[in-house]
Design a protein around this ligand. Sequence first.
Ligand code: BGC
Length: 341
Amino acid sequence: MKKKIWLLCAALLAGLAAVWIWIGKGREESGEKEKHAIRLGILLYRGDDTFISNVRQALEEQAKAYEQETGIKVVLNIEDAKENQNTQNSQAERMISLGYDALCVNLVDRSMASVMIDKAMVADVPIVFFNREPVEEDLNLWEKLYYVGVSAKESAVLQGEIVVEAYRKNPLSIDLNGDGKVNYVLLEGETSHQDSLIRTEWSVQTLMDGGVPLEKLTGGIANWERSQASAFMEQWLEEFPGQIELVISNNDDMALGAVDAVQRLQITDPIHIVGIDGTPQGISALERGSLLGTVQCDRTEYAEAIITIAAALALGEEPKEKIGLEDKIYYWVGQKAMFCK
Ligand code: BGC
């Protein structure tokens, strides 16, 4: 009798073990193998870009927050391409060959995404692009490609509205010499970047729609950089003495470059300068009164969106079940206008 009970128990245990193995196998086959850690590769076009280095810091913070919330360890490997697309392609290739679960890519050249996408597709490594938007044709090459960014048009309209509001309150605070037109100069980002062209167009359009009588003195491409913008502004201040009333800049760093030039030349006219990004550096200039305004994008939300989408893809989950997406693959980060008080 005892022997029979033992045999029955052994058979029952063997049965249970078989069922357990079978369930596990089924899960593995359907890609549901439970993961306790994910490896994400972060590829930056240029690590010393102020906006990008702020996003990088926020990504590290959000990866930690995700770990705490889910108990899933997130290993981030961050690489700087130093503005070289070939370098970035090799960095991506290496991460793909090392079996990274997903890549988060800030492209050097937004028209060159397909090389990387081809490699990622073969190895089934999803990509979340950010800040430098690949052309639509490339984003449609595969269903595991996403984009996180800010709407360039929205940033520009908000930037334009800052000036419109100040002008409506007191036209002479912007049209400094009261001649019925606002003489402005324009600082633009890289020509190849989707944000430069759209921001310029919509910022100027918003000012005109808002009834600000504009007159362009000159403009230049300062490639998002403070030092290049500062050199331009210094030259313009000498070329147009006492004439510049407004500086429209595609980002905060270039706006700060304009501030540097004004200070260096000890100009006392209250020239108004507006930026976009709301970097900590931009905000503190705003608080000091050196900028009239900026448009702040929510960095925490930016990084949280990238990590949420990348982690979902890494775990074989559907990103759209974790976060609201537009046209299935786009996430647009919120932004707000910030005024000098
Ligand atoms: C930001 C710039 C930044 C650039 C880098 C833009 O969206 O406004 O500050 O330099 O992206 O790609």
